[in-house]
Design a protein around this ligand. Structure first.
Ligand code: ZN
Ligand code: FE
Length: 766
């Protein structure tokens, strides 16, 4: 006989870890106890030598699906006499060493089986869950993850549920969100004015029927409301676009199963794995063909964003109406506002968009949008939105921080991050924070995390852009007034976030940050940056020749203004002689005003963003003059790209000015215009243009590497959501012996800014 003590840390709360240990103990004739402590899960196990060994082996090798063991410490302790059973003891204190807020988990197979089984106690019950699945982050008010700290606290378990909760052999043993049709939350259906029409199972049945009939319905789910309609009803989708004021931005879909997805999209084994994973993200998949209904959902786009059902409600809707195969499932919000989470708020904001509401009576404590990811052609995973199912799972840093840090993030696609010790918590997707509602949501989300994680940051890091709302918040004197406030430059943050993700120690790298805009040291808008940097600082080595953004923000939407800036920069006034097609749609008076603004620099800040270069080329090629959503021009330019291996990149010039390389685009623009005049198809121009950027990166890496002896290249920024650029740049650099580091589970877009801010500000404080 022997007795040992095990201390386990990692993701071991809210994932059924204690019940799992309990069952193993039973199976191996082990007595003792398990409990949550401030340092992790503590176990004392007593039994025969071989049983103990088996027990430890199974803990290490077959933990619950969502558990992630980081460290196990084992030590012998003295035997306890007359101990006859194994017990789960009450938590003492909270798990301070490595707090984890578990992410929401898609409904598991066992629970799906139960809701479809007429003989089961939970037949057709839309809140069915167990220790392996169900909402977590979105219902947690505080840690430890116990029922009284979640929004399930208002539902008292009925005797049947209570019995399951207390019986060790049951898979709902210690399932904090355990409930059933008798004691748990309920759904009810209401019209667009909020009048209740049906409740319980009938409400879901009626909602499913209404979807078949082409109605638009707001469905309250796990992390907020979705706006749903039948994806094959072109008429419904058109109506939704008008009502939601969303002209062309692609809608996400939910498919009944993978078979339906495979009918319309190419699905690789890895993509399928992600679709079916317990995070259940939206996966961007290549369309098989451009059917008309696809065009309505994702216009001028080669991809469809699809997810599978991840809550019992979704399964029930598809089960009630076998003809429903595919639903539009877009976030239930109005334009760039945060996702609706409350019934009354949804009624107020969405009643003009939807025909009906399917409400439920469980509070969503934290809104959380669906995550979006893709698998690049070279097999690498790219996260585009890291949210439900992933956030706020912690990330282990390559170093330990002496002080706790809050990174406030950027302005669009915002996330914030907290760091304590060597653990970084990147928030769910907060999104654009400009509107008062969004700003309020952003602020209260930060406060909620601070409370749950019990971190009062000693350092607050923020973006250098004075007008970002995150900067406004961070620099408000009474916002964590004791903390030291540290300003971080946007593109430095981009690169350092990628270094952190790749667990790079502090060393000098060549960082390439391509995006739309970010505030630079000279007060102009940067975005085509070649930096030599580490966590402690950076040096700007090369960038695109800047152009003027006529009307600043307006130019970002009306991209013809950017095209004019590029053309004037290249040809002067003579650009008019080419008779560009896109000019036909431009108002003459506006055009001459814009020309004037560019020449005198009135309300026209300088920009060297890579995204802006794509905007200009997209417009000059005649693809579009205005964009309806961020990144549309670059996405469409990529979508039409046709590979022709006999083609070469356009020529460009590098000019060295005061030690800095300026990438002169004028030769590129001249060549593109020449191609247009020679009626070269846009698909080919797009290809050559993409090749040019790849070439540019390669040439500059070689030059900078020669001067500095650095072989590590780090890639970040929203422009790397362009799959062609991402894959080709990595390929050519790796083929030439460079070490290339890019993002995978942290998005390359501005969602990563908060991570980089933490790394840089935390590093400065050492
Ligand atoms: Zn019950
Ligand atoms: Fe950026």
């Amino acid at each position: 006989m022997r007795r040992i003590e095990l201390l386990i840390n990692g993701i071991v709360q809210g994932v059924g870890f204690r019940p799992f240990v309990y069952r193993l103990a039973q199976q191996n004739n082990i007595t003792g106890f398990v409990k949550n402590t401030m340092d992790g899960v503590l176990i004392q196990a007593q039994g025969r030598e071989s049983d103990i060994e088996n027990f430890i082996y199974l803990i290490k090798n077959s933990p619950p699906p969502k558990a992630k063991i980081k460290e196990i410490f084992v030590k012998p302790v003295t035997l306890v006499k007359k101990e006859h059973k194994f017990a789960i003891l009450k938590s003492d204190g909270y798990y301070r060493h490595r707090l984890e807020i578990p992410p929401d988990i898609a409904t598991c197979k066992n629970c799906v089986r139960e809701i479809h089984d007429p003989k089961n106690h939970r037949y057709l019950y839309p809140f069915t869950n167990c220790v392996d699945c169900g909402p977590r982050f979105t219902i947690i008010r505080n840690l430890p993850y116990d029922r009284e700290n979640t929004s399930m606290n208002k539902f008292k378990m009925c005797p049947v549920c209570e019995k399951e909760y207390n019986s060790p052999s049951n898979r709902r043993f210690h399932a904090q969100t355990n409930c059933c049709g008798i004691c748990g939350p309920k759904y009810f259906l209401a019209d667009s004015k909020g009048n209740e029409i049906a409740s319980g199972t009938l409400a879901i049945k009626r909602a499913a029927r209404l979807l078949v009939e082409g109605k638009i319905i707001a469905l309250k789910g796990i992390g907020g409301f979705h706006i749903a309609c039948n994806a094959f009803s072109t008429e419904s989708i058109k109506r939704l676009r008008v009502r939601k004021n969303r002209e062309e931005k692609p809608f996400a879909l939910m498919s009944k199963d993978t078979k339906i997805i495979e009918k319309y999209c190419i699905v690789s084994p890895v993509e399928k794995e992600y679709l079916l994973s317990s995070s259940a993200p939206i996966v961007l998949l290549q369309k098989k063909k451009r059917a008309k209904w696809c065009e309505e959902i994702a216009p001028h786009n080669n991809y469809l964003g699809i997810m599978l059902p991840y809550a019992p409600l979704h399964y029930l809707i598809f089960a009630f109406e076998p003809d429903l195969e595919l639903l539009v499932m877009t976030s239930g919000n109005y334009s760039e506002q945060p996702i609706c989470t409350e019934n009354q708020q949804a009624l107020k904001l969405l009643s003009k968009i939807v025909d009906f509401f399917l409400f439920h009576d469980r509070e969503i404590v934290s809104g959380c949008d669906d995550s979006v990811m893709r698998v690049l052609p070279d097999g690498k995973i790219q996260m585009i939105r890291r949210s439900r199912g992933f956030a706020p799972e912690s990330i282990t840093l390559p170093f330990k921080f002496k002080k706790s840090v809050l990174g406030c993030g950027g302005n669009m696609k915002n996330t914030f991050s907290f760091v304590s010790n060597d653990t970084l918590y990147m928030s769910h997707h907060v999104g654009d924070i400009d509107s008062p509602e969004a700003f309020e949501n952003y602020t209260s989300s930060i406060m909620r995390y601070a409370k749950i994680l019990r971190i009062s940051p000693e350092i607050v890091a923020y973006d250098a852009h004075p007008e970002y709302m995150s900067t406004v918040l961070a620099t408000t004197p009474d916002f964590f007034y004791k903390a030291k406030k540290i300003k971080v430059y946007h593109h430095h943050a981009h690169i350092c976030s990628c270094m952190v993700e790749n667990r790079l120690e502090n060393r000098k790298v060549i960082g390439i940050a391509f995006d739309g805009t970010g505030y630079g040291q000279d007060g102009t808008l940067w975005g085509s940056e070649f930096l030599v940097c580490d966590y402690s600082g950076f040096e700007r080595i090369a960038h695109l020749r800047p152009i003027r953004l006529a009307g600043s923000q307006q130019a970002i939407k009306e991209i013809w203004r950017i095209a004019i800036a590029y053309l004037i920069d290249t040809f002067g006034d003579e650009y008019r002689e080419y008779g560009f097609k896109f000019l036909k749609q431009v108002n003459k008076e506006q055009l001459s005003l814009v020309e004037k603004m560019i020449k005198v620099g009135m309300n026209s800040p300088y920009s060297s963003g890579m995204g802006r270069f794509f905007d200009a080329v997209c417009c000059i090629c005649g693809i579009r003059n205005k964009i309806n959503y961020e990144g549309q021009a670059a996405a469409e330019l990529e979508a039409i790209l046709y590979q022709d291996n006999s083609e070469n990149p356009y020529e460009f010039e590098l000019v060295k000015v005061e030690g800095m390389f300026i990438i002169d685009h004028r030769k590129v623009v001249r060549s593109i215009v020449k191609d247009i005049m020679n009626k070269v198809p846009s698909s080919k121009i797009s290809y050559k243009f993409h090749l040019t950027i790849v070439r540019m990166v390669f040439d500059l890496c070689r030059i900078i590497s020669k001067e500095t002896d650095i072989r590590d290249i780090v890639l970040s920024g929203g422009s790397f959501q362009n799959a062609f650029l991402s894959v080709r740049i990595r390929q050519i650099l790796e083929e030439n012996g460079f070490n290339v580091y890019s993002h995978s589970l942290i998005p390359p877009n501005d969602a990563c800014i908060s991570v980089g801010q933490c790394a840089i500000a935390g590093f400065k404080s050492f």
